[in-house]
Design a binder for this molecule. Structure first.
Ligand code: FES
Length: 144
């Protein structure tokens, strides 16, 4: 017997509820700043060697008082629920930060901000931090 689309979605949602906390689920279901950005200043791509998933981070940078600040940020993640939640959280953490501050974000800071991830899903948060670092690197190279 074939499963309907909705029964599959319900099954996956129930499985996610068992392994992720409420904050992770909330960012997964309502990701902030998701989608391709029109005319970004730079795009960073990062992938996970562990699972083969990948993502893009888009940034727009403004200069203010001799500082370069992330004015807009968005992402596209072709990965799991943890990757989507991590990317969403990262965009909230990075917006308004200087490039120097934003490039220092670690996977564990993202994981802590999400209230934790199951151990096998920690690697999913690495992509978000690496994608942002890559976008900042591309931005600086373009400015040279
Ligand atoms: Fe690939 Fe999470 S399993 S990003």
């Amino acid at each position: 017997m074939f499963k309907t689309y909705f029964s599959i979605v319900n099954e996956l949602t129930e499985r996610c509820k068992k392994i992720y906390n409420k904050k992770v689920l909330e960012h997964f279901k309502n990701p902030r700043n998701q989608g391709e950005m029109e005319d970004p200043d730079a795009v960073g791509k990062a992938g996970s060697a562990e699972c083969g998933d990948y993502m893009f981070v888009y940034i727009k940078v403004k200069e203010e008082s001799d500082q370069e600040i992330i004015d807009e940020i968005s992402f596209e993640t072709f990965g799991c629920a943890a990757a989507i939640a991590s990317s969403s959280m990262l965009t909230e953490m990075a917006k308004g930060k200087t490039l120097e501050e934003a490039e220092k974000f670690t996977k564990m800071e993202i994981v802590e901000a999400l209230g934790g991830l199951p151990e096998p899903k920690i690697h999913c948060s690495v992509m978000a931090a690496e994608g942002l670092r890559e976008a900042i690197k591309v931005y600086r190279e373009k400015k040279r």
